[in-house]
Write a protein that binds this ligand. Structure first.
Ligand code: IMP
Ligand code: MG
Length: 195
């Protein structure tokens, strides 16, 4: 890539249609990157003069958060938590357990919770309540994906990347049984439920 060509991302040579377990590309690498850049600009404007603490929910949000953080022109800090929800590999039960807690104290911080996907909304709802109880100065949510019409509870969502139809999706951090997180695009998963 020549200097100055930063917007011209080489297409990824991998072809997801070669994998029978992967269906349609729902969001291309180009569209993901373009939207992440837009959200980064919005956050930069909204948090002007502040130093937000990005809280990523492992493992799904790590790819999105990594790209997003580099599109925010502010002194951001990072922390992560890992949760596991009981259920099958493709459906959450809503019972959430914190597997790794945050390292930092949230009191007085402008916390931006970064999630990969909101399906039933149960995981996010639990996380919002949990983080709110730690007295942040502010708490907002940035979710890359929201599944249209699936929410049993409507969590507050300040920033949303894409609203997608009901389908199990993988790529760009999202997995099925730990696979496909490194796909640069978002694909429908059409293989067997491995649970
Ligand atoms: P919820 O509690 O039903 O909203 O589920 C949220 C969590 O389930 C997300 O943070 C993901 O870890 C996982 N999840 C839900 N839908 C998908 C999907 O289509 N692909 C991969 N993971 C998913
Ligand atoms: Mg998740």
């Amino acid at each position: 890539m020549a200097p100055g060509d930063a917007d011209l991302v080489e297409p990824d040579p991998r072809d997801p249609s070669a994998d029978p377990d992967l269906g349609a590309v729902l969001v291309s690498e180009h569209d993901l990157q373009a939207r992440v850049r837009e959200i980064g600009k919005e956050i930069t404007a909204d948090y002007e003069g502040r130093a937000p603490l990005l809280v990523g929910v492992l493992k799904g949000a790590f790819v999105f958060m990594s790209d997003l953080a580099r599109c925010i022109d502010l002194p951001v800090e990072f922390d992560f938590m890992a949760v596991s929800s009981y259920g099958t590999a493709t459906k959450t039960s809503g019972v959430v357990r914190i597997v790794k807690d945050l390292d930092l104290d949230l009191s007085g911080r402008d916390v931006l919770l970064v999630e990969d996907i909101v399906d039933s909304g149960l995981t996010l709802n639990y996380l919002i309540k949990n983080l709110q109880s730690r007295n942040p100065a502010s708490l907002e949510v940035c979710a890359l994906l929201v599944k249209e019409g699936q929410q049993k509870v409507e969590p507050m969502l300040r920033y949303v990347g894409f609203r997608i139809p009901e389908a199990f999706v993988v790529g760009y951090g999202l997995d099925v049984a730990e696979r496909y997180r490194n796909l640069p695009q978002l694909c429908a998963y059409v293989g067997l439920d491995p649970a």
